[in-house]
Each structure stands twice: as C-alpha cells, then as structure tokens.
Ligand binder design. Structure first.
Ligand code: UTP
Length: 304
C-alpha cells in the first residue's frame, strides 16, 4: 500500500462535555468556537482532506447536532450571497461542505476518547485497513504530519502516532512516549531521526522519570486492529476508556507502533487559555485584523 493511500477515512471525536468551556458549552459545542472567523473543526477537517482523507466521521453526542450541521451545504444562504455578489463570503461558506464527505456516529455518553473512537466502527468500510484520528481541539501547525505518518505506516505497518519534542522541565504536563531509535538508514522520505519505535507511554510523569521528551499530540494513524483492542480494555484514568490503553495493549501483543516527531507549532483549543493564544496568533496573521490588533496589543501590554 502506498503512503498516499494509507487511509481515506478520518475520525474526529467531538462528543466530549467541554467542561473547561462552561458555561458556553451549555449551548455551543466547543468545536464550533471561532478561531478568528473559522471553527477549529474546519481546520482539522481541512488537514485530514489535505492528507488524503475523503470521508470524515464526526463522533458526536445527542445534543451536538450543530457540529455536523456545520458541514452541510446552505443553499439559501449561498443564493443570497451570490445575488449580492459576495464571492469571498460565498467561498468561505462553501469550503467546509466541499472538503470531504461527512458522516456522524453517536456516542450516547462521554465514556472516554477510546470509547468515542470505538463508536465509529459501524461507519467503517471493508477496505478501511487504517483510519486517521484527529482531535479537534489540537491544531498541529503547519499541516503535513499525517502524510509523514502514512509514509511510516507504509514502511513499518501497524500504527503511527504524532509526538512533539518538549523541554524536559515542561514534560510532566503530557503523555510521554517510551521510544527506541530506528535505523538511520531507513528511507521514509524525510529525516529518519524523526521516526521512533514506541515501547510504551507514561501519563504525566515527573520530569526526572520521563522516559523521553516526546509528548503525545492529537493525531493518530491507527490500524483497524485498534477496534478489537478497544473492546478488550477496561476503564483507566478518570474512569474513562482510554485510547492510549488500547494502543498499549496492541504494543504488548507485538503490533508495531511508531511516532513521527513533528517539528512545528501547536495550539490547544480545549481550554480558554490555549484557545485565546490560537485566536491571537491567527488574528495577528490576518490581513484585515492583524495590523490593528498588533498595535492595540502593544499599547495594552505596554501599559500593564
Ligand atoms: P477532552 O478531554 O479534551 O475533551 O477530549 P472534553 O472531555 O470535551 O473536555 P473537558 O475536559 O470536559 O473540558 C479530547 C477530545 O475527545 C473528545 C472530545 O470531544 C475532544 O474533542 N471526547 C472525549 C469524546 O468524543 N468523547 C469522550 O467521551 C471524551
């Protein structure tokens, strides 16, 4: 299987309670909060499409229909914008529905990320040998890591995860990989030093005990075997069915798991502090809002 055809289905779990964004998430799913003017989930869907996905399964909860609605065409709105000659707005409105084919799977209760991924099994097709899983509150910048992960699966088989190299003094906030080097002569089409074999994972270890400085990020390329493993795990941290426990089970059974170290940036949209950073970062680059915001921030911060 070539790297570009490693997966065509991407799963985005979006059925969590979003408690860190209460009270807003009483009524608005956090996946739809705008980073400047575009919801985080559109960036993630675009990343999946760019990496070759043609189908997106959004795992959502009974009250969160708005997330899937966002990807449906809005013919009436489009006609109005067209009649008014608003071509730029029209392109923005059409972008999300045009990215890929969107389906939903329902997670009735927020029983954990592993459980949420398992809820998408019924949507899989016979030829889905592997699926990409993207967490919508994790923006990984610039895009492209999924394509490198697909190249690693094409080489080694099994499952491939994404890691960031974090300064050791900050590592205790993350899930940390226990890794071994692979042969530097392995040709993966990019720097093989950024590919490691995974032996295990430790959640939030004290810095001195961390097995590496490679922290987990919200991008996974998972062999279909994960769905069987998800049925065999029991509730872990927080009483939830954890995706990492199912991956650990696969590793214990000899399934190859590698990480690709992503040398880039990242925004955590899952909490207000991280979300604000992302919004400011994107707004500063925006041709319309950037210059004014930069000036205002200078004055505002200079005056503190
Ligand atoms: P998070 O733990 O970041 O999201 O899960 P959350 O549970 O919604 O947020 P808080 O902690 O209450 O503020 C990571 C991703 O997994 C999804 C979430 O929607 C989020 O995109 N998730 C989590 C599910 O779909 N189902 C779950 O049971 C748990």
């Amino acid at each position: 299987m070539s790297a570009s055809t490693a997966f065509t289905t991407a799963i985005v779990p979006a059925a969590g309670l979003g408690t860190r964004f209460l009270p807003t998430t009483k009524a608005v799913p956090k996946e739809l909060l705008p980073v400047v003017d575009t919801p985080g989930i559109e960036y993630v869907a675009a990343e999946a499409a760019e990496a070759g996905a043609t189908r997106l399964i959004i795992v959502t909860s009974p009250g969160k229909d708005a997330v899937a609605d966002y990807f449906r065409p809005q013919p009436e709105l489009e006609r109005t914008l067209e009649a008014r000659g608003k071509t730029e707005l029209l392109a923005k409105v059409r972008r999300a529905p045009g990215l890929l084919q969107v389906e939903t799977a329902i997670q009735e209760q927020a029983l954990g990320l592993g459980h949420a991924v398992g809820c998408a099994e019924g949507n899989l097709r016979g030829d889905d040998e592997a699926v990409a899983v993207l967490l919508p509150d994790d923006l990984v910048l610039p895009s492209g890591v999924l394509t490198r992960m697909a190249a690693v699966r094409a080489k080694f088989g099994g499952s491939v995860l994404c890691a960031f190299d974090i300064p050791r003094e900050q590592i205790s906030a993350y899930g940390v990989f226990d890794v071994a080097e692979i042969s530097q002569s392995t040709d993966v089409g990019f720097d093989p030093a950024d590919v490691k074999q995974v032996h295990g994972m430790v959640e939030k270890p004290p810095a001195a005990e961390a097995p590496s400085t490679f922290a987990a990020a919200g991008r996974y390329l998972l062999d279909r075997a994960i769905f069987d493993a998800l049925k065999r795990i029991t509730p872990g941290a927080g009483g939830e069915l954890q995706l990492t426990d199912a991956i650990a089970l696969l590793i214990a059974e000899g399934h190859p798991v590698h990480v690709v170290v992503h040398r880039g940036g990242r925004h955590d949209l899952g909490n207000p502090g991280g979300f604000l950073r992302a919004a400011v970062d994107f707004a500063l680059e925006h041709p319309e809002y950037g210059p004014d915001l930069r000036e205002w921030l200078r004055e505002r911060v200079g005056g503190v």
